[in-house]
Design a protein around this ligand. Structure first.
Ligand SMILES: NC(=O)c1ccc[n+]([C@@H]2O[C@H](COP(=O)([O-])OP(=O)(O)OC[C@H]3O[C@@H](n4cnc5c(N)ncnc54)[C@H](O)[C@@H]3O)[C@@H](O)[C@H]2O)c1
Length: 343
């Protein structure tokens, strides 16, 4: 079309530390986006961003970004305690907002962000990265097609040595990923959380947490997180009534294995004992071929697309709020010595 200009979304990013650098690289590579500002209170981070992204403007004050009317989208990649203030300020300035996980530290904060975005017809997205991961998406699609049958329970292990955080515990830092997957895979309402953990390195900041989420239909999701562990494990096992799936993100290529395994208990009949009434099925193992796309690229593209297409992003504020509800219940459970806390 003569005179037709492609839409370019002008983006500013707040926080360009360890993870922010990855976001900056990905947003900068999207043809429909232009990252015009990077804001970081540390000069080193500003210098680094300027050196790697020529032409980008840098500042240490978010107000410079918010005052720039040409900026449409703001990326919040500061540490979790600042997510709420940064996101709220950006929404109030009329910007669409992408917030790294978790959306906020409390349910109250997350609800306020969701309301602010909805009242002002602004996009609010949270970085629930695994929902853009081809292996996790493949299993989500299979569950949607009822290939796994009813999801009975799942469990995830997300452990490593480091990164030790100072302002959130290992569960708050690592579990948002697994919780977002549990909520996507289990077609039921979470009703309670019980979490046990211990703090060894810093007072009141748990280095290891074992948490169980209870769902209305009886399904369970168990999440083990730690930054004080000799192994690097990123693994989720999903037990369905028809198939069982294992997603191992540390595997370089064959990340998903589908096990045709299960057990059923037949109606008792005649003189057969319980052992005879249980039939165990141990069939073949399938390793599906899955494209190796970078999840972070898909996630960044989704934010830009949601702005261009004026629609809700896939992982919107409400999905961020649902995860924060579980994080808050887990914190209360930890404080109550592992008691079951209603969500
Ligand atoms: N999706 C993932 O897999 C993943 C992985 C790691 C971290 N994260 C998330 O990314 C976020 C950042 O984590 P990180 O490891 O990069 O932390 P980080 O400490 O390395 O980076 C945070 C940056 O924010 C800057 N900052 C702090 N206050 C600021 C302010 N008021 N204005 C501007 N800049 C400010 C700091 O100077 C720092 O450079 C966290 O929310 C974390 O949960 C996500």
């Amino acid at each position: 079309m003569p005179g037709h200009q492609p839409i370019i979304v002008r983006i500013a990013q707040v926080g360009a530390g360890y993870w922010g650098r990855n976001l900056l690289r990905n947003f900068s590579a999207i043809p429909q986006a232009e990252v015009v500002w990077v804001c970081d209170t540390q000069e080193e981070a500003q210098k680094d961003a300027a050196a790697n992204h020529p032409g980008i403007r840098t500042t240490g004050d978010i107000q410079d970004i918010l005052a720039d009317e040409s900026v449409e989208g703001v990326i919040v990649a500061t540490e979790t305690p600042q997510h709420f203030l940064m996101a709220e300020a950006a929404l109030r300035a009329g910007k669409h907002v992408f917030v790294e996980k978790p959306l906020a530290q409390t349910v109250d904060q997350a609800e306020r962000l969701v309301a602010l975005a909805e009242e002002n017809d602004l996009r609010l997205m949270v970085g629930h990265l695994l929902l853009y991961h081809p292996a996790f998406r493949h299993v989500e699609e299979l569950i949607g097609q009822n290939e796994l049958g009813d999801i009975r329970y799942l469990y995830s292990t997300r452990v490593n040595l480091g990164i030790v955080r100072q302002r959130e515990n290992a569960f708050e830092s690592l579990a948002p990923h697994d919780l977002s997957i549990a909520l996507a895979y289990i077609d039921s309402k979470p009703v309670a959380v019980a979490a046990q953990g211990s703090a060894y390195l810093q007072p009141n900041i748990e280095d290891v947490v074992f948490a169980t989420v209870f769902f209305e239909n009886g399904a369970l999701a168990h999440v083990h997180t730690s930054w004080l562990d000799p192994h690097k494990i990123r693994k989720t096992t999903v037990v369905g009534s028809k198939l069982m799936a294992v997603i191992d993100d540390m595997e370089p290529s064959e990340k998903v294995r589908l096990y045709d395994k299960g057990a059923e208990v037949a109606e008792p009949s005649g003189y057969t004992g319980f052992a005879e009434a249980v039939s165990v099925r141990s069939g073949s193992i399938v390793i599906p071929k899955i494209e190796n796309e970078e999840p972070l690229r898909s996630e960044c593209e989704e934010f830009v697309a949601s702005i261009v297409e004026q629609r809700r992003p896939h992982t919107d504020g409400r999905s961020g709020l649902a995860v924060v509800r579980l994080l808050e219940a887990a914190r209360q459970s930890l404080e109550a010595g592992g008691a079951r806390v209603d969500v």
